[in-house]
Design a protein around this ligand. Sequence first.
Ligand code: SAM
Length: 228
Amino acid sequence: MLGERLRVIAALVPLSTRLADIGTDHALLPMYLVEEGTCPQVVAVEKAAGPLQAARKAVRDAGLDRYIDVREGDGLEPLSPGEVDTVVIAGMGGQTIAAVLDQAPAAVIKGVKRLVLQPMNRASALREWLYGHGWRLIDEELVAESRRLYEIIAAEPGEASSPDDVLLELGPLLWKNRHPLLCDHLAGLIEKYTKILEGMDRALASDADKKAEIGARVQRLKEMMKCL
Ligand SMILES: C[S@@+](CC[C@H](N)C(=O)[O-])C[C@H]1O[C@@H](n2cnc3c(N)ncnc32)[C@H](O)[C@@H]1O
């Protein structure tokens, strides 16, 4: 059965879209989307030999070879221009996802109408890349699974001005829409920065400007928490 994280990612994939799942691993998401009737065809891309083999076997065993094309390759390289409308990249670091998008062939990325991204960390770096490269956020989700929170970002082509650093890290739409798990997300960030400040206090020498900056960030996050 598909976990909640992949189920929320799947819910952000438009009906009847031609999808590519980059870093598909066991091809769980493509199989779910085809079986549910969301996607008629999926290209599942994987660069590592083990997961590639696992994806091919899973798709074959499920009798879905006609609908899911498992391709070996790096990022969006194995795709042809105009072949897909939606790209999912899930379960990699935020900077890695940004690098995959940055290195995508221009003719391929040009045809993409929606990105659904789930960074494991550094979501702020990914949001920054999106705002800087002609993508606007259209939805953001938080999912609690296996005792951690996952951020999911949906973006479409379009210009939008970037929010400030704090909102880039928190998620501007998670904040705007007061996501039900926002309180937990804020608490996690406050804890992270409080620990960094405590570490700086223990260190013999620490950068006073950096400390003040982090202190101000903690203060701002606490103010935001009060607004919920
Ligand atoms: C942690 S798994 C995530 C699997 C699945 N997307 C999910 O969210 O459950 C990451 C997968 O992405 C693959 N991967 C990492 N970088 C890649 C790239 N540039 N192109 C294709 N696959 C990649 C890895 O080999 C690995 O199988």
